[in-house]
Write a protein that binds this ligand. Structure first.
Ligand SMILES: *Cc1c(COP(=O)(O)O)cnc(C)c1O
Length: 388
């Protein structure tokens, strides 16, 4: 088994007759067969071959193979977006009447999927709160199939204990599905703690440069087979072009994420000392409530910091308006530092009570630390604090 850094670079498709060094882009909808027998055998899955790019394509297969190596997974399938990966995973594995147990602190669209769309097919979800893992067993029923979690969470940067979740899933014979988007396989491998499936929005740190959307689910072979069959017939496939970009992105994942984390730790320490700021949440700050758990399951602290600005909604908005370099944008995990104010933007449609339940107070600011020089990030933040 190669080291992560090497696998992310050296796993690649066989060279063509041109002996290219860097893998080319296979922009083709379909593939040809030698003869009728070759075509029959391909469709019968008697041989592993590409038929049509909704099923497989050399660029998507290369990306998936790398993601499997990085997560320690047996198999995977790549999707057009992270949400296509989340939805297809549930749609492929659950039946009418099945039940999900999930942490309440999940990505906004995942929450909408649980509360608005999956109930259409009589698939229901019960939530546990981030600090109440000991209540999970009391909400598991005979219909529960999946235990679902995200760690660190978006946008409040809370941490769930993967080892505990793995033990609960095993005891109750549930599938543990983890959205590992914030950590990337470089920082954390949920499969080591008992996860059956790991989902990524590749749009974030995996692309890392804010260019393309993508998603992937990796894990146990027999589960991926079901997900593949669902996706092959419903069409959420990743485009070959985006797969080519994402596979190249993985070559630099380790150096990028390491640098993101170094910058983020320095900014978190800077914020902690700032008198306009309270409640700095960054997993690798010793003051972080779940610092020990973070150290146990993550290599470094990630690139996202959440904090409170004194003065609530108004101060939060003034702070954003006063930034000169940092971008105001709905993305994260970009080479450019991005600042958001969830209460007035991504989570403004929730009621205040619902926001508070996932840790989004009016003064909460989320920063996705980029790869700029840390002094320039610090100066931009400093100037914006001075405007308050
Ligand atoms: C962005 C995000 C998603 C959704 O990914 P898309 O590629 O935008 O569809 C899912 N989970 C988490 C934690 C995310 O941050």
């Amino acid at each position: 088994m190669k080291k992560l850094e090497t696998a992310a670079i050296r796993i690649q498709n066989e060279r063509s007759q041109f002996k290219e060094h860097s893998v080319p882009l296979f922009l083709t909808s379909s593939f040809v067969f030698d003869d009728a027998e070759d075509m029959r055998a391909s469709f019968a899955e008697e041989k592993e071959t590409n038929i049509y790019s909704r099923f497989t394509n050399p660029n998507t297969s290369e990306f998936v193979e790398k993601m499997c190596a990085l997560e320690g997974a047996e198999a995977g399938y790549a999707f057009a977006t992270g949400m296509a990966a989340v939805f297809s995973t549930f749609a492929a594995l659950l039946n009418s009447g099945d039940h999900i147990v999930s942490c309440r602190s999940v990505f906004g669209s995942t929450h909408t999927l649980f509360t608005k769309f999956l109930p259409k097919w009589n698939i229901t979800t019960s939530y546990f709160k981030i600090d109440e893992l000991d209540t999970i067993e009391s909400i598991i029923t005979s219909k529960t199939k999946i235990l679902y979690a995200e760690t660190p969470t978006n946008p409040a940067v809370a941490i769930l204990d993967l080892e505990k979740l793995g033990a609960i899933a095993k005891k109750h014979n549930l599938l543990l599905v983890v959205d590992n988007c914030f950590a990337t396989p470089y920082l954390q491998n949920p499969i080591k703690f008992g996860a059956d499936l790991v989902i990524h929005s590749a749009t974030k740190l995996i692309d890392g440069q804010g260019r393309v959307l993508g998603g992937v689910t990796v894990g146990k072979k027999e589960l991926i087979r079901e997900i593949y069959l669902f996706a092959r017939n419903t069409g959420p496939a990743l485009s070959p072009f985006n797969a080519w970009i994402l596979s190249k992105s993985l070559e630099t994942l380790s150096v990028r994420v390491k640098k993101h984390c170094k910058n983020a730790l320095k900014i978190a320490q800077f914020l902690e000392k700032n008198e306009m700021v309270t409640d700095v949440k960054y997993p690798f700050l010793p003051s972080y409530p779940h610092y020990e758990i973070a150290k146990k399951q993550m290599k470094m602290g990630g690139n996202v910091i959440a904090f409170q600005i004194k003065g609530g909604l108004h101060a939060g908005r003034t702070f954003l308006d006063s930034l000169k370099m940092c971008s105001l944008s709905a993305n994260l995990g970009d080479s450019r530092t991005i600042v958001t104010h969830p209460a007035s933007t991504t989570h403004s449609k929730l009621t205040k009570e619902d926001r508070l339940e996932v840790g989004i107070t009016d003064g909460l600011v989320r920063i996705s630390i980029g790869l700029e020089h840390v002094k320039d990030i610090k100066n931009d933040l400093k100037n914006a604090f001075a405007a308050l």
